[in-house]
Structures are given as structure tokens and as C-alpha cells.
Design a protein around this ligand. Structure first.
Ligand SMILES: Nc1ncnc2c1ncn2[C@@H]1O[C@H](COP(=O)(O)OP(=O)(O)OP(=O)(O)O)[C@@H](O)[C@H]1O
Ligand SMILES: [Mg+2]
Length: 278
């Protein structure tokens, strides 16, 4: 049987007072706005999707739609208020802290928008950091980190300090750290969003190439439609905490305007109403 690399079922995250009560009310049909009036923020509402092994699954949506909250529940940085997350055949939501740590270290890497490098360590030590946390011996982890730096185009920078690198290069170190960790799942939250357009495109190309080479499962968050269309095998659109549609980029799914269109209902899976070019 083919197990999805990442599977999410009925996932909720509510911030504020009595979040479980809020989930019950949402299930009974209360709106996020009603909850907000009572002081709760429903950041993720009944989210469900699965990403197949080797797939780039993009989550797109406007600011505040719940993307970061969703992705943080995928690696246990945030505990869901309700619902389940599976990484491979392991249910994340049922693990104790030690088990969670183990899954996180061995299976999941994450790259953020502003990747925080450790300033007093060299670039290669930074790239080796995930392996260090995992207890991999120094020589082995530095060798793996050097290889990963080569892959992201940073050969020659291994022994420099992070502050000698441009922002784009620092993002590459973040990517190298994730690659060196050799986890099967890569979570990327607006990882390229702070980069200028040319570098950003270059990073997208590089990610696609690495993806072809290593076949990792990538959950990639962006608010940029072009980026989503360029790198996504599938794209989920989030609005106000809900995944309002999921589809494949390209002609079969004209998604122009869907991220802001008020017309599609929360449960809509139908294609956008705009006529399809022939
Ligand atoms: N720790 C928190 N406590 C309270 N509310 C939170 C918390 N984290 C997020 N929220 C709220 O949850 C909602 C979703 O936030 P989230 O950061 O997931 O959005 P996002 O889609 O990642 O936005 P952006 O594109 O700006 O990064 C927002 O209304 C936000 O204010
Ligand atoms: Mg975010």
C-alpha cells in the first residue's frame, strides 16, 4: 500500500480561550467571525490534504489565512486543537515529546522566510546543525554539510561566517541544512519570499532540480501565484483558515483569482468560473 508522505485530517487550530469549545462550535457551523467576536482566533479550520512521496504540494493564500499555522502543525511546533497529522505511517498527534522530537529530527526539515543562522558558527557548521542535534559525529556531519553546500551553489563559502553572506546566500544555507539532514519531508514557509526576483527564480529552479534528484516530499508555502504555478505539483488555496480548493496547476485548473474570489464557497471544489482558454 502506498502511504502518503504527509496526511492531514480534520485539522483545527484555535487560539484564545477554550479552543476545544470553539472547535465544537465551528463544527456546528459557527463562522470564524462569530468566534472572533468572542475572543478566539480560528487560524486553521477543518483542513485536510495529503502529499504523496516525491510531490511538491503548495499551500497558497493571503496573509493571515492560516498557512504558517498549518505548516507548524505538520512538524509539531504547534499542537492541533483537533484533528490528525500523519508523517508516513506515524501519527504525529499521538506522540509523546520524545517521540515527536525523534520524528522531527529524522523525517522533517523546515526552512523559514528569514532563516536564522547561528552567527558565531561558520557556514558549514550551520549547515551541519540538524545533524549535530541528531548526535551525528563531527567529521561525518561536516562532510555531509559540505556536500549540501555544494548542491546549493555555496562551494567556497563553508568556512565563512553567516554575516559575510547576502540574504539570498543565507537562505541557501538554510536549504543546505535541510538537505544535509536527509529527511524525506521538507517544509518551506515563504522560504524564497524575501529574495529579489532574479535570485528567487534561481532558487525555484534549484529546488526543482534538487527535487528531481532526491525525490523529497515538499510542502511549500507561498502567497505568490507565479511561484505556486512554477513549482507546485498540486496547489491548495487557503482562505480564512480553510482549504477552499486543491488542484493541479496548468490548463486543467485555471486558478486565476481564486485566492481572493469571494464567489467560491468554503467547500467548493469546482473549477473557477472564468472561461478556460482554448
Ligand atoms: N500564536 C498565536 N496566537 C494568536 N493568534 C495567532 C497566533 N499565530 C497566528 N495567529 C493568528 O492566526 C491567523 C493565521 O495566522 P498565520 O500566521 O497562520 O497566517 P499566514 O497565512 O501564515 O499569514 P502570512 O502570509 O502573513 O504569513 C492570523 O489571524 C493570526 O493573527
Ligand atoms: Mg505565514
Amino acid at each position: 500500500m502506498n502511504v502518503p508522505a504527509v496526511q492531514v485530517d480534520g485539522l483545527f487550530k484555535v487560539f484564545g480561550r477554550r479552543p476545544e469549545d470553539a472547535v465544537a462550535r465551528l463544527r456546528e457551523g459557527a463562522s470564524a467571525a462569530e468566534l472572533r467576536a468572542d475572543g478566539s482566533t480560528a487560524a486553521v479550520i477543518d483542513a485536510g490534504f495529503s502529499a504523496e512521496p516525491g510531490e511538491i504540494f503548495v499551500v497558497m493564500g493571503l496573509s493571515g489565512s492560516g498557512k504558517s499555522t498549518l505548516i507548524r502543525m505538520l512538524n509539531g511546533l504547534l499542537t492541533p486543537t483537533a484533528g490528525r497529522v500523519h508523517i508516513g505511517d506515524t501519527e504525529l498527534t499521538g506522540l509523546d515529546p520524545a517521540g515527536l522530537r525523534r520524528v522531527r529530527q529524522e523525517h522533517i526539515s523546515m526552512v523559514f522566510q528569514h532563516f536564522a543562522l547561528l552567527p558565531h558558527r561558520t557556514v558549514v557548521e550551520n549547515a551541519a546543525y540538524a545533524l549535530e542535534v541528531r548526535g551525528v559525529e563531527r567529521r561525518t556531519r561536516l562532510a555531509a554539510a559540505r556536500e549540501a553546500l555544494d548542491l546549493v551553489g555555496l562551494q567556497g563559502w563553508a568556512d565563512h561566517r553567516p554575516d559575510e553572506l547576502s540574504g539570498g546566500m543565507q537562505q541557501r544555507v538554510g536549504l543546505a541544512r535541510a538537505l544535509a539532514a536527509e529527511t524525506d519531508v521538507l517544509l518551506m514557509d515563504e522560504a524564497f519570499s524575501a529574495l529579489d526576483p532574479l535570485i528567487r527564480r534561481e532558487m525555484q529552479d534549484q529546488l526543482l532540480e534538487l527535487q528531481r534528484r532526491f525525490g523529497k516530499t515538499i510542502v511549500f508555502i507561498t502567497h505568490d501565484l507565479n511561484e505556486a504555478m512554477r513549482i507546485g505539483d498540486r496547489i491548495a488555496v487557503m482562505r480564512d483558515g480553510r482549504i477552499v480548493r486543491t488542484g493541479t496547476p496548468g490548463r486543467s485548473w485555471p486558478i486565476r483569482g481564486t485566492s481572493t474570489s469571494p464567489a467560491s464557497s468554503p467547500t467548493s471544489t469546482a473549477p473557477a468560473s472564468s472561461p478556460r482558454p482554448t
